[in-house]
Structures are given as C-alpha cells and as structure tokens.
Design a protein around this ligand. Structure first.
Ligand code: ADP
Length: 485
C-alpha cells in the first residue's frame, strides 16, 4: 500500500508537540507493516537546510497566487516531499508563530497551500505524469492538513480515500470568511457541509466533513470528543461521523527512550537493577536543590498550562510536602503558573524545585531518577510523558482522561492483587482528587515491594509503535474495503 502523509511538523526536523513525533515515527513503523509512506511537509528553513541533494518533482507557477515546487529527499529513513515555497515558509520564527510569538497573519494561506498540494499530488500523482507515483490513501494530520480532503472534494477528479487524524481538537484553524476567495474553491463550498463554520472558514471542520475516515490518538479521546465537554463545538459533526471515527494510541521511539542505552542518563539501568536509579535520583535532586528524604520524589515534565492541570497541582503542593514527598518541576508556559511554582519552591526550600525551561536531556534524567511523574491533565488526547514514565520505571500519576486513561492501569485493590497495576489514576479532575491520588502514591511508596512491582509492570508495557502501526495499517485497509476499493 502507498500512502501520502501530510503534516505541518515532523520530528526530528520541526517539532512543537506530539504531532511531530507521530508524523516522524509512524512512517518508519508502517514501513515494517508493508505500507510505504511519503511525507509532505512545508519547506521551513530547518527543512530546506537538509534539501541540498533533493530531487525536483514538480513546479507550481501559481499555487494560490504564489510560486512553489516539490522536492523529494530521503532523510533518516523518511521519504520526504518538501513544499518549497519561500514566500510562505522561509521565515525566521517558528512553524506557526513569528519571533514575537504571534500567529502569522497568513497562516490560512500557508496551510491551505500545503493542503492544496497534498490534494493535487493525491489526485494527479507526484509528477503529474501518467504512471508517476500515486497514493492509495492520504493520511492528513490536524487542521493544518485538514483541507486536503476538502480540496479533493471540490476538484474535478476522483477523490482518493483519506484519513484525518486529530491530535488536539482545541486547535481548529478558524479564519474569517474574507479568506474564502483566496482558497480558490467554488462558491458552493462555503456552505454548512463544506468549509463554512458559524459564518467563518473552519479548516478542521471542513476536513471532518470531507475526509473518508477520522481517527484520534486514543480510544478514550475518540469517545470524549463526541461530548460537549471535550468536543470544543465539533461534537455534533463528530457524532454524525461517529461510525467513521477510531482511536489509536501513539507509541514512543523505544530506541531513543531506552533506560538501558540512554546516553543522557548518569546511570543507565534495566528492570532487573532498579536500585541503579538512585544515582540518577541524586543528580536530579542536586539540579533542583532538593534535600534527601524518605518519601517519594515526584516530578513534572510539561507545558505549564491549565490543560495540563498545573493549577491543580500547584494547589496540592503544600499537602504533598506535609505528607513527606518532594517535587521537581521542569516546564514552561503560562507566566502566572510559573510564578506560582516558583513561590511554592520559595515556601518549601529543599522540598520543591522548579526549572522553568525546555530541557530535553534533563527530561530524560527526571524520568530515570524520579519515583513518579504527575500528569493531572484536564484533557489529554494521548500524552507521551506517561509512556516515557512507564518505560523508565517512573510511576505515572494521571487523571483518568483520554490517552492517560488508556495507557495507565490504576493501583486499585484489583490492580494490585492481579499485579496488573502500572500507576495511579484519579477522576474527576479536581484538586481534591489529585491530592488524594498523591497521598495514595505516598502510602504505596512506603511498601517498596509494591512500588517496585508497579515499576516493573510498567516497564513491561508495550509502548512501542509496532502495535499502533499495525492498527493504522488495518484501519487503512478497512477504509479501502469499506468504500468498496
Ligand atoms: P503536549 O504535546 O500536549 O505538550 P505530550 O505529552 O503529548 O504533550 O508531549 C510533550 C512532549 O514534550 C514530551 O516529549 C515531553 O517530554 C516534552 N516536554 C514538555 N515539556 C518539556 C520541558 N520543559 N523540557 C523537556 N521536554 C518537555
């Protein structure tokens, strides 16, 4: 099977979140399932820097009023199709925000162009010549690529089957109606079953309407987004498409995240020698200026936002310190939350430490040295840090939402008795319930047999991409079969 994947960020070239990890890792895992993937992404400066030997596949003299070309190159096992369009993508800031942190005003055009090229390649083939490469299916990610199925629908050519994956429904790509003429779609596309969304243009909405099938990054999130609480206004349309909606959890790169070989650790270790983690723990404690203690060392590696429930954790800090635990927080984001955590560190010197930064090596050390990672998200489409935690024996303490619910088995009586427990989960998501979960963790930690049992069980969990890639491959086949192809 030949698949065209379209994404606005791809690890290791450009990453702002979990989407990049999926777009970078899934093609490699699908390759092992007999699915060949070409990945179309924008030619940001970081991407153009590796495009020196790329092959020119096609030129577009007038792509929504600008010039562009498609270059193809093999990069770290990925077959990349780069949309080289300097006017739209040769910019100093990030993929979506300028250097001052504001959305680029022409983001609609940048990602409409990406989607339009995705649709053209799918329907006409990579080079436009008969006999050139053509996908059996197009897999598009999030609002930035969601217009691919919509552009296909309004083109005068047969549609290619499509799957739209939602990584976070909070980001929908909504723009004023005044951009509609710039999309160069027929006038009837501005309608309730087209791109129109409450008088505006909605990219994700248009994709949900036009794509052949829809998926999201965990089975629980697939159910949650059908409700007003999590659907962010799109629940009605998703209910209408519910029979075409699936949930598949993300995997992680188990070569990069391997406690036995991870070079970012002071002391690599395996499940058979968990006491080696002590060396990493001492180093983490030093970095965060924490005193030694008998209670557990909790950590946070996260964007500091309300989505991640960081305000709830801030409200639980005094209690967790009284109960004898310590806390190391690595994160950045909301300025007020950063200040709140800094204030907690000042209140509890030696017990609470905060580093407000993005630090990849330190995040590895924390998973390898801390006893538990706290993830009290209000919503979590999939979540990656609990998967790293499982693999590293850093017991996840999570809210029972989305992918957290699907990947962590609670240390309930039954969970502990059967030996299946891999973490601690709580719900509904409130500060009181989080505090109760943290107290439960502190109690369980006192019995080192129980605690190491949980760590080892977590380390046995399959968090690799292979089973998820097999599910994607099955879903692709099912889409083709269901539609009689
Ligand atoms: P989201 O994409 O919603 O932020 P995920 O859990 O899916 O949440 O992915 C977050 C990724 O970013 C993980 O790989 C996590 O380790 C990493 N990360 C988040 N904050 C930091 C930080 N301050 N330093 C290092 N890595 C971080």
């Amino acid at each position: 099977m030949q698949v065209l994947s379209v994404a606005s960020e791809v690890y290791p070239l450009v990453k702002t979140g979990g989407l990049a990890d999926v777009a970078g890792a899934l093609p490699l895992a699908l390759g092992k399932q007999g699915v060949a993937v070409k990945t179309l992404m924008p030619g940001y400066p970081a991407v153009m820097r590796i495009a020196g030997n790329a092959i020119l596949r096609r030129t577009f003299p007038d792509l929504l009023g600008t010039e562009a070309r498609i270059l193809e190159i093999e990069y770290q096992g990925l077959d990349l199709l780069i949309l080289d369009c300097p006017e739209l993508f040769d910019r100093e800031g990030g993929p979506y925000l300028d250097v001052t942190g504001k959305d680029y005003p022409d983001n609609w055009k940048r990602f409409a162009a990406l989607s339009k090229v995705g649709a053209i390649i799918a329907q006409q083939g990579l080079t436009g010549d008969p006999g050139g490469w053509k996908p059996d299916l197009v897999h598009v990610h999030d609002w930035q690529a969601a217009m691919v199925p919509a552009f296909m629908r309004y083109a005068n050519e047969p549609e290619v089957p499509s799957l739209l994956t939602i990584h976070n429904i909070a980001f929908q790509g909504i723009f004023g109606a005044d951009i509609f003429p710039g999309l160069e779609l027929p006038p009837h596309a501005f309608s309730i079953d087209g791109v129109e969304y409450f008088g505006n243009v909605g990219f994700l909405k248009a994709g949900l309407q036009a794509s052949w099938a829809i998926s999201t990054v965990s089975p629980s999130y697939a159910e949650e987004i059908l409700t007003p609480e999590y659907g962010m206004g799109l629940e009605g349309l998703l209910q209408y498409r519910a029979s075409d909606l699936a949930g598949i959890v993300n995997g992680i790169d188990t070569d990069v995240w391997d406690p036995q070989t991870d070079r970012m650790l002071a002391a690599p270790y395996s499940a058979a020698a968990l006491n080696t983690r002590e060396t990493n723990k001492r180093l983490v404690s030093d970095r965060f200026a924490l005193e030694p203690g008998d209670g557990p060392l909790f950590c946070v590696v996260s964007r500091l936002t309300e989505q991640k429930g960081m305000d709830l954790l801030a409200a639980s800090i005094d209690d967790l310190v009284i109960q004898g635990a310590r806390l190391a927080v690595l994160g950045s984001g909301d300025k007020l939350l950063e200040d709140t955590f800094h204030a907690a560190a000042t209140r509890h010197p030696g017990k609470v430490g905060v580093i407000a930064a993005y630090d990849e090596p330190l995040s590895h050390m924390m998973q390898a040295g801390c006893d538990a990672i706290v993830i009290p998200s209000r919503f979590e489409p999939c979540g990656l840090t609990q998967l790293y935690g499982l693999r590293y024996g850093c017991v996840p303490i999570v809210s029972r939402v989305g992918g957290l619910n699907d990947t962590v088995i609670d240390a309930s009586h039954a969970g502990l008795a059967s030996g299946a427990a891999t973490g601690i989960s709580f719900g509904p998501v409130t500060a009181e319930n989080l505090s109760r979960a943290l107290r439960r963790a502190i109690r369980l930690y006192k019995d080192q047999n129980v605690w190491t049992g949980m760590q080892k069980q977590g380390m046995k969990s399959d968090v690799s991409w292979s089973s998820s890639a097999a599910l994607y491959a099955d879903l692709f086949s099912e889409i083709l079969v269901r539609k009689g192809l």
